[in-house]
Design a protein around this ligand. Structure first.
Ligand SMILES: C[C@H](O)[C@H](O)[C@H]1CNC2=NC(N)=NC(=O)C2=N1
Length: 101
């Protein structure tokens, strides 16, 4: 099923439920801070598992004590869609277990 691009207004109103996530150009982004590099690496693996489950993949960057995500929908011409919001929601759900903030 094709996914439709969301309007800027729709995205901005939906971001009210996703604190920390921002619309950066045509991408949803968020950076998390963790207590250690290993904790950050473990979160990356967890996010990667969820991304495969959803068949939707962000650019996922492991830093020293950080995990950064940037996502849009390739199949919608690089627009932000429901799929991006769903991934952001799922990452928010798993983040506290990793001590990410
Ligand atoms: C074939 C596979 O379903 C597609 O390539 C998926 C995989 N992951 C994806 N991830 C993202 N961010 N956008 C997509 O359009 C996309 N498409």
């Amino acid at each position: 099923m094709p996914v439709e691009p969301l309007s800027r207004t729709e995205i901005e109103s939906r971001l009210a439920e996703l604190p920390g996530w921002t619309l950066d150009g045509d991408r949803l982004t968020r950076a998390y801070r963790l207590d250690s590099h290993i904790a950050a690496a473990a979160m990356v693996v967890h996010v990667a598992r969820v991304q495969d489950e959803l068949d939707h993949h962000s650019d996922l960057t492991l830093g020293y004590h950080t995990v950064s995500l940037s996502v849009h929908t390739h199949s919608a011409g690089g627009a932000v869609t429901e799929k991006d919001l769903e991934l952001a929601r799922r990452v928010e759900d798993l983040a506290p277990a990793h001590g990410a903030h």
